[in-house]
Design a protein around this ligand. Structure first.
Ligand code: FAD
Length: 415
């Protein structure tokens, strides 16, 4: 079967690309080894983060670095041998987190985040997916006055960029979330973000929209990608078909570079793994909105399957064995403050945030590989940025002018 374009990967980023390419009149086939939205785009915290106009920097204070080195923090853990192999990219990440470079990177990042809600909302309307919206806004909870005051200043700065919030005292928090047991100094309620009650289902609704509009989705291994005799691309599907196209988009999340490196392009992805577990709600003790326990770096989100606790980052190779230490540590702290009932899942889920040392996604033409494009490296905000990335890449691939300056996200900055 011949198409104009094959999109490899059906996470939020791949589906966002496929829909926008289709909207520009391209015939598109999407290939994934699983059904759409079953990897990292399935298990995240489900927040469309319009407030995240700064990417996630590496904290540079000595206290964090020393406590991180003990490998006992709740928010960041590492597998020693894997982390040692990442030292080069981590050093670059550390340098890019310094105020000067971080300011420039954030200005570039904001251009995408600013379009994240509107690009999602348009697709949600078209995909008839508004029932998946759990609510608007979420709480960034702080336990100490010092950290709260410092975050109030961050919120005021973001307000100057059109990001809205409400400041809450400890008493306000107790009023808004009466089921909390812990004593919090206060919180910032970001009011723009949208919380989704089942992130994987949102990807699937988008994929169904793609199907209704004539796109086809196939099970298959992206690693079968090869050049055709005519200089285009071929990939095999699980049911024995061969798909052909003149252009291919690699949107395999943390696995993207495994494929592009076969064609000579590599980029330093820092895999930040994360876990989740669902808990039954306690009778009569609802959680009204998604909350982040900021000083411990975990999220609790009311979801379709129960209260979903998601962890911070575990630095480990994408396919390294899972560990339960991080989710166990987060659960222990969370149980003291939040109304978590029994565990619902038989075992913790794990996914991987593909992070780049300069904290920006990578999308555009792959250098020196004619007809290959990529879209990966969305780190902590790929669920938020999938549709806007798709819009930009589709414009570039069809010779139109993207709405934002896409040069800061070019794959040419690596490789
Ligand atoms: C705990 C946690 C919480 C998070 N919370 C949020 C949040 O609240 N908001 C937010 O914006 N982001 C969040 N993120 C980040 C977000 O989930 C990711 O950035 C995003 O899902 C990446 O999407 P993707 O499409 O690039 O990758 P994925 O969703 O991982 O998709 C990659 C696809 O490639 C496929 N694939 C891989 N290899 C092959 C192969 N050989 N052949 C065929 N197919 C293949 C996979 O099956 C998969 O479907 C969170 C991440 C984690 C881990």
């Amino acid at each position: 079967m011949t198409h104009d374009i094959i999109v490899l990967g059906a996470g939020m980023v791949g589906v966002g690309c496929a829909l926008h390419l289709q909207a520009r009149g391209q015939t598109v086939a999407m290939v994934d080894r699983r059904a759409p939205g079953l990897e990292t785009s399935y298990g995240n915290a489900g927040i469309i983060q319009r407030e995240a106009i700064e990417p996630y920097a590496l904290p540079r204070d000595l206290g964090f670095l020393l406590s991180g080195a003990t490998n006992r923090r709740v928010d960041v853990r590492y597998h020693a041998a894997d982390a040692a192999r990442m030292l080069g990219p981590l050093w670059s990440y550390y340098r890019n987190s310094a105020p000067g470079p971080f300011h420039k990177i954030s200005a570039e990042y904001e251009t995408l985040i600013a379009l994240s809600l509107e690009t999602h909302q348009k697709l949600m309307n078209e995909a008839d997916a508004n029932d998946l919206i759990a609510g608007q806004g979420y709480l960034m909870l702080y336990r100490t006055e010092r950290e709260l005051d410092s975050f109030f200043r961050v919120a005021d700065e973001r307000a100057r960029h059109g990001v809205h919030h409400v400041k809450l005292t400890g008493a306000d928090v107790a009023r808004e979330e009466p089921s909390l047991r812990g004593r919090f100094a206060g919180a910032v309620r970001w009011t723009d973000p949208v919380a989704i009650r089942s992130p994987g289902d949102l990807v699937q609704r988008y994929a169904q929209l793609f199907g209704r509009r004539g796109g086809d989705t196939h099970l298959g291994d992206a690693m079968t990608l090869r050049r055709s005799d005519s200089g285009g691309w071929q990939v095999d599907t699980a049911n024995g078909q061969t798909l052909a196209a003149s252009q291919v988009v690699v949107a395999l999340g943390p696995w993207s570079v495994q494929l592009t490196s076969r064609f000579g392009y590599t980029a330093p992805v820092i895999p930040k793994r994360g876990y989740h577990m669902h808990y039954a709600p306690m009778p009569g003790q609802p959680l009204n909105s998604t909350v982040i326990d900021a000083e411990y770096g975990y999220v609790i989100a009311p979801m379709q399957k129960g209260l979903r606790l998601t962890t911070g980052a575990e630095l480990a190779n994408v396919d390294a064995p899972r560990t339960s230490t991080q989710i166990d540590a987060a659960e222990k702290i969370a149980r003291q403050s939040f109304p978590l009932g029994q565990r619902v899942d038989p075992e913790p889920w794990m996914g991987t945030r593909p992070c780049m040392p300069d904290m920006k996604p990578v999308f555009g033409a792959v250098p020196s590989v004619p007809g290959m494009w990529c879209a990966f490296g969305h780190g902590h905000q790929g669920f938020t940025l999938g549709p806007v990335t798709g819009e930009m890449l589709a414009a570039m691939m069809t010779g139109a002018t993207p709405r934002v300056d896409v040069r800061p996200f070019s794959p040419e900055r690596f490789g």
